[in-house]
Design a protein around this ligand. Structure first.
Ligand SMILES: [Zn+2]
Length: 256
């Protein structure tokens, strides 16, 4: 079967002198691994080797057997040059595509997640992009989309108020925040500071408004401070590592 879809390259491996094995996140088919025969030739249908994060219209074939599909044509629409020139933004973008590849099964459509990644990369390419806040929003939305976000408003153990004091923890195993009365009984936990709690509340409030786009959320009104974004990013990265059973490779570069 032949498909034509918007797609973002989330993994690129050299396969031979002239070919690559690429993993694309497509809007309507989800993550697909593709053999790109001859893609490294300058006069190929892709115009040369494809790089991580390149975005465009992808034409590919997928055999019904479940065997690896083939790239037929790729027309780049966005090279994301602006974010590639800044290490912090590039690391955040690479973290995002690693997270997509780690969390989503192959050939499972997630158009909302595709739009989220597209918007986040576009935002990171803008000169005034608040990198930490964009990454925090992306992680939050991806976890929520996957049903893994957990209970972040009340204590996951007793359902009580967690308060805003110093002894609020998050347990990935318990699936949410723990109040000071419940945290003592829990071994696996991550301590939150006040900035992280405020950051989580801001993200939840933004999500509460219907059809909020990443641009609205990362605009002047609702954005997270650097401290809040850093706290939320550390927490959600911890949660993701627990869910996946190992940290993402980009964690040490993207999560400060
Ligand atoms: Zn409790």
């Amino acid at each position: 079967m032949r498909h034509r879809q918007p797609a973002i390259c989330i993994r690129a491996i050299d396969y031979s002198e002239t070919s690559q094995v690429l993993r694309f996140f497509t809007r309507d088919t989800g993550v697909v691994p593709l053999l790109a025969k001859g893609s490294k030739r300058p006069r190929s249908s892709t115009g040369g080797a494809l790089d991580l994060l390149c975005e465009g219209q992808l034409v590919f074939s997928q055999p019904p057997s479940g065997a690896m599909g083939a790239l037929i044509e790729f027309t780049e629409t966005t090279s994301h040059m602006a974010l590639r020139s800044d290490a912090r933004r590039l690391n955040a973008a690479l973290y995002m595509i690693e997270l997509i590849g780690a969390m989503l099964a192959e050939a499972d459509p997630h158009p909302e997640a595709f739009d989220l990644l597209h918007n986040a990369l576009e935002r990171l390419g803008e000169g005034d992009a608040p990198t930490g806040a964009v990454l925090a929003y992306f992680q939050w939305r991806m976890l929520r989309h996957s049903g893994l976000l957990g209970q972040l408003r009340r204590c996951a153990a007793c359902g009580g108020d967690v308060g805003r004091g110093g002894n609020v923890y998050f347990s990935a195993d318990q699936g949410g925040l723990l109040c000071p009365a419940c945290e003592g009984a829990c071994v696996e936990k991550f301590r939150l500071n006040a900035a992280t709690l405020t950051g989580l509340a801001t993200l939840a409030a933004a999500q509460g408004r219907a059809r909020t786009t990443i641009k609205d959320t990362m605009g002047t009104k609702e954005t997270l401070t650097d401290n809040q974004a850093t706290g939320v990013n550390r927490l959600l990265d911890y949660h993701i590592a627990y869910q996946l059973g190992k940290p993402l490779k980009m964690t040490r570069h993207a999560i400060r």
